[in-house]
Design a protein around this ligand. Sequence first.
Ligand code: MLC
Ligand code: AMP
Length: 514
Amino acid sequence: MTAQPQANANLYAALRAAFPADLDSMAVETDNGLHYSWRDLDRASAMIANLLDALSLEPGARIAVQVEKSVEAMMLYLATLRAGYVFLPLNTAYQQAEIEYFVGNAEPAVVVCSSRNAHWVGPIAAAAGTPHVFTLDDDRSGTLLEVAASCSDVHEVAHKEADDMAAILYTSGTTGRSKGAMLTHGNLLSNAQVLKDYWGWQEGDVLIHALPIFHVHGLFVAIHGALLNGSRMIWFSKFDPQRTVARLPDATVFMGVPTLYVRMLAERGLNKKAVRNMRLFISGSAPLLIETFNEWRERTGHTILERYGMSETVMLTSNPYNPVQGERRGGTVGFPLPGVQLRVRSEDERDCTTDEIGAIEVSGPNVFAGYWRMPEKTREEFTHDGFFKTGDVGKIDGLGYVSIVGRSKDLIISGGYNVYPAEIEGYINEMEGVAESALVGAPHPDFGEVGVVLVTLKAGAALAPDAILGELKARLANFKIPKRCFVVEELPRNTMGKVQKALLREQYKGLFAK
Ligand code: MLC
Ligand code: AMP
């Protein structure tokens, strides 16, 4: 008897198999009028995959990418999967010190950056021992495509096992430095397949893609969703509420963080006529306010479907798409997705009862393989029986709907981006004249939540809030910059001497009230 060849678990193979039979039909249409066919996606990703193969990289080599959003950047992602390497996307807002850490920690074999940043990214890559640096710009220029142009457009998809690594996503840490979450081909494909069914992806669907492609939401949930269904994407390189609303009549599915919904609601063109062909609006990455949920329903007649996920786990829960499974409930993130085990645990490590608040823990085929080169951290974040501790605090009601009511991790989510106070405070505390600082989140009508920082100074020091923020701006990604800074005499402390952040949050909660 001959052994059956093992099926290829490479995520790209599954995505490619879902391309429509007519490869010349349109796969992506950009907001600036470019059209890409399915054949274009296949050929261009083959050419870039052949370029990567020609570099003779080691198995598991990381391809770190910090480029503006473009269809070519998505092709680079597909090429990396296809060639069997590990994709490492980096937020375009990250500055020198941040990139230095990620590149130093991940030791990528290839770094791709915009030509605008090459003068500082190049030396960082060289210092980390990265042998190959390419550039890629959002106007289809740069050395990556120049070199790929002479590569073959035929490429055999690399064979991968389900537990082979496909991507590393860095998440900031509450303490210490960022951790790289290692996601496998199996994590990503199983989650994409579950969502395809759960959200009822169907023939004729068209997705508006308006999110950045360096985080889970835009890179995995949105792109895999469309590709695995052979669906066309209307591609915005940057979210623009007016232009997005103008394209709604041509689409059926939209995915966004709550800020995108808030901004679209401010558009007069958003009405029932504009959404007449829409099938589904999905929100996630941050809590969707009930006011936004209700206002959206009134204006459009559509009930937003809210779901919950994270970098380490891709998607975990979702409100139902199909009314047979229940209604979409505002203020909840719905039910655990098929295959996901989700439990809420008390401090004394028992399962919480209905509506009792506790720590959310999860397991399933979607849960990541661990943190890159941090076995200790990985062990700490899993329970003895293999559940991942999400750091989110929530409850499950009598019908099974999960609600997130808070976080045990000291984290601010601003416009869908995570900001870890410890990181920002660390930078401020190092400034000359600063004694200490405390960053808390305050509700914000546009970003949902933003950072407010309180700073105390050393005796005799004179440092203005603007100077503190100015210094931060020069060093950190823009979304991490607190929106307000106050220099204060002292910080409130409890009897243990710990800064009372809850008190500060209470004190500043009305700062940005409408
Ligand atoms: C930009 N700024 C932000 C910000 N984005 N400040 C706080 N929070 C943010 N998210 C800064 C800008 O630098 C600028 O500062 C000022 O705020 C105003 O910027 P803007 O022009 O209004 O911002 P814009 O470029 O329009 O971006 C806003 C946005 C963007 C909402 C479109 O932040 C965005 O695309 N967010 C989506 C994030 C995302 O995809 N998250 C998914 C994570 S995955 P200045 O000083 O220059 O004026 C995940 C898992 C899951 O969480 O479950 O999905
Ligand atoms: P990230 O590490 O960037 O992937 O962010 C993941 C975190 O975003 C989760 O741990 C949650 O705290 C938060 N999150 C994602 N979706 C939702 C949601 N629908 N409601 C509330 N918080 C969410």
